[in-house]
Design a protein around this ligand. Structure first.
Ligand code: GDP
Length: 456
């Protein structure tokens, strides 16, 4: 999961110029709806020097024309929200002053158990000012950095610190070359046609195989390009060599293989034998893919044999089969189903096309402001119901905190007060509005009551 670092501070301390300076994207802020309470900017930032990717967020601010009280309430709430959603806070101050508004932010930060915040004393443009900035030290923060965001001074140190801190927390995610390839795996019971499919795909004219890299003794990945997309086919060795170990412990061996492929791939094609219909083992594999939150394609193979059955209604067989799958698999509405014939080489590359679409869907990130507008509407149309009469479940706000797989966190009054069906409602609404076809989603409630210590 990507770490999130949020810039907080009262208006006019230089948060937005700092955000722009750190990300190098000058338009990021301008494009936002300033003056609303939801003008949060987020940027997936890859720090090449320090070998790390994280989300840098600007907590936003109220309009300057707002009343002082309003600003105070607003920044207190923003700070609370940032604490809940972030791994590290960057609190921006002006190097030479500490105002009442700063004090109200400090109040919130002080009550934090793990004081994961650093202070940036901004606008320290020269040496004297840098010296003066240190008078702000000793506010319970982890570090104080005098910086000048307009002169780009001191920013490198801040980035180094962020990287070191996130790595020490195990949040060392890096968007590297290998991560940019689409990792696909084919799993399924023995004899459903996995190796026939994989070998045909890899041997096809439209697929350019680059190399086969042995990563561990018995897991071999195949890299190939298809439709201008770099793929890594996970664990092809297992599929190729399957026949040799066949007679031994096939069951355990293929389960172990599937497990490993499941963990490593982004998109998984579960192959089933169309001629034999669905059996329990297929369902458990499909369930495992959903549990692991991986992209899922169900490949119904040996379709030629299905169509060659005497008396079969060829024109409607796919619809019939889909309806049959629907009965077996409750989450089928978001799953892609492809009917293939490995022997007749039918629709095999459709699996790759579909994988590309799903990979895109999994990378999608809904902007926090857009998501909250959507959330408001969804709640308005169908407010959450409680588990008991005394419950009155409330959702305050939400955001997409991760991609691949997409994950949403909703800040609520008490997660235990929500009827279980509400998540399903929200998931359907999210899919209706934003897509995410082919991939499981995670929705989590985050209870605000946990942060009761915050003085208001
Ligand atoms: P694996 O164990 O899942 O890798 O399955 P294989 O690829 O070894 O296939 C098992 C058997 O099914 C072989 O005899 C294949 O020729 C046959 N087979 C695989 N796919 C198809 C298909 O689409 N149609 C037909 N008629 N036979 C197939």
């Amino acid at each position: 999961m990507l770490a999130k670092v949020t810039i907080i501070g009262r208006p006019n301390v230089g948060k937005s110029s700092l955000f722009n300076m750190m990300t190098g994207h000058k338009i990021a802020i301008v494009a936002d709806e300033a003056g609303t309470t939801r003008d949060i900017s987020e940027f997936e930032y890859t720090d090449d020097k320090n070998d790390l990717t994280y989300i840098l967020a600007d907590s936003g601010w109220l309009d300057f024309s707002s009343e002082d009280d309003e600003v105070a309430v607003d920044i207190t709430e923003r700070t609370q929200r940032a604490i809940v959603e972030s791994d590290l806070l960057i609190w921006v101050l002006e190097y030479d002053r500490f105002t009442d508004l700063d004090e109200s932010i400090y109040k919130v930060l002080r009550s934090q158990k793990n004081k994961n915040f650093i202070i940036l004393a901004n606008k320290a443009d020269n040496e004297n000012q840098v010296m003066e900035a240190y008078s702000l030290a000793g506010k319970g923060e982890m570090e104080l950095f005098p910086v000048s965001s307009s002169h780009n001074a001191g920013i490198g140190d801040v980035k180094r610190f962020i990287a070191k801190f996130l790595v020490s927390k195990g949040l060392n995610y890096k968007k590297g070359l290998d991560d940019d390839t689409l990792k696909i795996a084919f799993i399924g019971r023995p004899n459903v046609g996995k190796s026939s499919i994989v070998n045909t795909i890899v041997g096809s004219d439209r697929v350019m195989v680059k190399d086969m890299a042995g990563t561990t003794r018995d897991a071999i990945d195949t890299k190939f390009t298809y439709a201008e997309t770099e793929f890594t086919l996970i664990d092809t060795a297992g599929i190729r060599r399957l026949s040799k170990v066949w007679t031994r412990n096939v069951e355990n061996w293929s389960i172990m293989r599937s497990e490993r492929a499941l963990k490593r791939a982004d998109v998984i094609a579960v192959i089933v034998d169309g001629f034999e219909w669905i059996v329990q083992q297929d369902l458990s594999l499909i369930g495992r893919v959903a549990d692991e939150k991986k992209g899922l394609i169900i490949v119904v193979n040996k379709w030629d044999m299905v169509l060659n059955k005497p008396g079969v209604d060829k024109a409607h067989m796919m619809e019939r089969y889909t309806a049959y799958l629907q009965e077996k698999i409750e989450f089928l509405p978001w799953v892609s189903v492809i009917f293939t014939s490995a022997t007749e080489k039918k629709r095999l590359t459709n699996i790759l096309d579909e994988a590309i679409t799903i990979a895109w869907e999994r990378q999608k990130r809904v902007k926090t402001s857009v998501f909250n507008e959507f959330l408001e509407q969804a709640i308005y149309k169908h407010p959450p119901t409680g588990n008991k009469k005394s419950h009155s479940p409330k959702i305050y706000y939400g955001s997409q905190v991760d991609t691949n797989p997409p994950k949403f966190v909703l800040t609520v009054n008490n997660p235990n007060h929500f009827h279980f069906s509400y998540k399903r409602y929200l998931e359907n609404k999210i899919r209706d509005n934003f897509g995410f076809a082919g991939t499981p989603l995670t929705i989590e409630y985050n209870g605000r009551w946990k942060y009761k210590w915050v003085s208001k």
